[in-house]
Design a protein around this ligand. Structure first.
Ligand code: CDP
Ligand code: MG
Length: 204
């Protein structure tokens, strides 16, 4: 079994994060906690690339729709009135479209991250999907107050600054999808690795 320090994950600063000038702050938080950035790139993604980034299976799309319906119910709004559907799968497809529009609306920064429990630690730093629910101290909780009610009523995705893989399987897919065998991935030894893993051999 691989050493826990070898775990990798994928993070993307979404167009709202880049346009609001939060990239430096996000990079700082990742590095400061002890995670190592081994890949970094800025570009405007193609629609097709984003489309294949998010899962297409019915279960995932339905979950998006269910979450939306639940939020409408919670805040006393009527999904049928707003979007002319009661069907969670149809709603999920609509939200997925808004999401792709948003993610292709400007430059993004993709990051490959490595370190102990990289997937879980990165999600912890990022916080809850809904910024207005995310804890203070997390990226989404500190820098956004967006809510699905506000977003979905305006027929757009929630602006939540970053994307981060939720599981190791998702991370493996996303890492391969965005970085592949890219020259943008580097491994090197950080000075704190000498303290944490003194047996580690020197890497270039
Ligand atoms: O990004 P995260 O893994 O926290 O959440 P997700 O459930 O995988 O949803 C992916 C993205 O869809 C979110 O980050 C939101 O930007 C967007 N979304 C939305 O705009 N409206 C919803 N009702 C649910 C999700
Ligand atoms: Mg997700």
């Amino acid at each position: 079994m691989k050493h826990p320090k070898e775990e990798k994950t994928f993070l993307m600063i979404k167009p709202d994060g880049v346009k609001r000038g939060l990239s430096g702050e996000i990079i700082l938080r990742i590095e400061k906690v002890g995670l190592k950035i081994i890949g970094l790139k800025m570009f405007k993604p193609e629609e097709d690339k984003v489309d294949n980034h998010y899962p297409k299976n019915e279960e995932w799309v339905r979950r998006l729709g269910e979450r939306t319906k639940e939020t409408y119910r919670k805040y006393g709004y009527n999904m049928k009135e707003e979007h002319d559907t009661e069907d969670v799968l149809e709603m999920g497809r609509e939200v997925r479209k808004w999401l792709i529009n948003f993610m292709t609306s400007g430059p993004v920064i993709i990051m490959a991250i490595k370190g102990i429990h990289a997937v879980e630690m990165t999600r912890k730093l990022v916080g809850d999907t809904i910024p207005s629910k995310a804890e203070l101290g997390t990226i989404r909780g500190d820098f956004s107050i967006d809510s699905p009610i506000s977003a979905n009523r305006d027929h757009r995705a929630i602006y939540n600054i970053v994307h981060a893989s939720e599981t190791e399987e998702e991370a493996a897919h996303e890492f391969q999808h965005w970085f592949g065998d890219s020259e943008a991935v580097w491994d090197y030894q950080r000075s704190d690795e000498m303290v944490m893993f003194p047996e580690t051999k020197e890497k270039k």
